[in-house]
Unconditional design. Structure first.
Length: 392
């Protein structure tokens, strides 16, 4: 049994707001906040370089913490300033040529989709979107049927920004391995919410963020690259962190995943992100996911009983994200009205997921994303608030 009150006591934000926006940015626990502030205080007192030397062990612990979190080697992990840049560092390091194909999912995130379209425009790459099955998740059989010798990358978002869907990442990994195709997984919404084992999933590259379900600082992200893949990927830009200037006309790129890092970064955030990973592992990712899923399902069940509300989550497996619409109140208006009651949610719009939401004829959704520190009582308060706004 999880001690939910303990976690809430360690999360002062629970006293300020009803926070159902963990897929946007979660509430930090005390230990993460204190780690960041302590580091910043040290920088303020003795200078940035001296602070980095003093905290060298804690900074290095980031790699050990994330190797345990993702079940990989420390040398396969990089600290990046955010999830999108982490994903970019992997994607733009691929050597695409005209006629190459990228296979992706309908629920793909806007930033990734824009990158696909850019390489399609500039390099003549073909972007093929795999259809969904009858449940709304990526169709595994269709994925395999679409593979030929021109497919150079399988790239999907594990959990989309616009719903509770969990795409079958491990099944996709088996297909990628069977055909020896590089596999990039956007795990921005899944790391911290559920157990992520890169070996079990079978991905070659994985990107994620600190601020969401990991409950870490903003301005932090990470990238996993499988050791056998690292040397195949040359970063699109390098600096003195990622490479060594060996002679006046020569340089050597690092052999580990730090080749994707920048020398300058958010050092305090790096310490805080390591602390966030350790905090999550101390609770247990399976425990976190079980509670989060259950809370979300309670919300889906209760909110769809409200007249005028439609729940739009797809897939066989559904996570802690709940999306819905009301036939009278636009999603952006509902978000603002709830904020006035100190209730945090987000709005997902068609511009962030066109391949998915256009097909479903949805312009926007209200996104309520729960985490393990939320409670059943908060679910009831939330539903009552939605009802009161409709009646008002």
């Amino acid at each position: 049994m999880l001690d939910i009150q303990k976690f809430r006591n360690e999360t002062p934000g629970c006293l300020e707001v009803l926070h159902f926006d963990n897929a946007g940015a979660s509430l930090q626990p005390d230990c993460v906040y204190e780690a960041v502030v302590e580091y910043l205080s040290c920088e303020r007192r003795i200078g940035g370089y001296a602070a980095a030397r003093r905290y060298s062990d804690q900074l290095d612990s980031f790699y050990d913490s994330f190797s345990k979190l993702l079940n990989c080697a420390p040398e396969e992990v990089a600290f990046i300033e955010n999830a999108t840049r982490a994903w970019d560092m992997a994607f733009y390091s691929m050597n695409f040529e005209r006629g190459d194909r990228i296979l992706t999912a309908k629920a793909e995130y806007v930033s990734n989709s824009l990158a696909y379209l850019q390489v399609a425009r500039n390099k003549g790459v073909i972007v093929d979107v795999v259809p969904n099955d009858h449940t709304g998740q990526l169709d595994i059989e269709s994925l395999e049927d679409m593979i030929d010798e021109k497919v150079k990358l399988i790239s999907i978002t594990h959990i989309p920004t616009q719903g509770g869907l969990v795409n079958p990442a491990a099944k996709i990994g088996k297909i990628a391995q069977r055909y020896n195709i590089p596999y990039l997984l956007d795990a921005c919404q899944s790391v911290g919410q559920m157990q992520i084992d890169v070996k079990e999933i079978g991905c070659d590259m994985l990107s994620g963020t600190g601020r969401k379900f990991l409950r870490g600082p903003r301005g932090t992200g990470f990238l996993y690259v499988k050791s056998s893949m690292i040397k195949k990927l040359e970063p699109t830009f390098i600096d003195l962190r990622s490479a060594c200037w060996t002679a006046s006309d020569q340089y050597r790129i690092r052999e580990d995943a730090k080749r994707f890092e920048n020398w300058e970064c958010f050092f305090a955030g790096k310490v805080g992100l390591a602390k966030a990973a350790e905090y999550a592992m101390s609770i247990g990712l399976d425990n976190i996911y079980e509670r989060t899923k259950n809370l979300a399902q309670i919300l889906r069940t209760e909110i769809q009983e409200i007249p005028g509300v439609t729940v739009h989550d797809l897939g066989v497996e559904k996570c802690g994200i709940v999306t819905f619409t009301h036939n009278q109140i636009p999603s952006d208006v509902l978000q603002k009205l709830l904020a006035e009651k100190q209730i945090n949610v987000s709005t997902s719009t068609v511009s962030s997921a066109r391949w998915d939401l256009e097909e479903r004829k949805l312009n926007s959704l209200t996104r309520a994303s729960l985490h393990y520190f939320n409670t059943e009582e908060e679910v009831k308060i939330f539903c009552k608030a939605v009802v009161s706004l409709m009646e008002g």
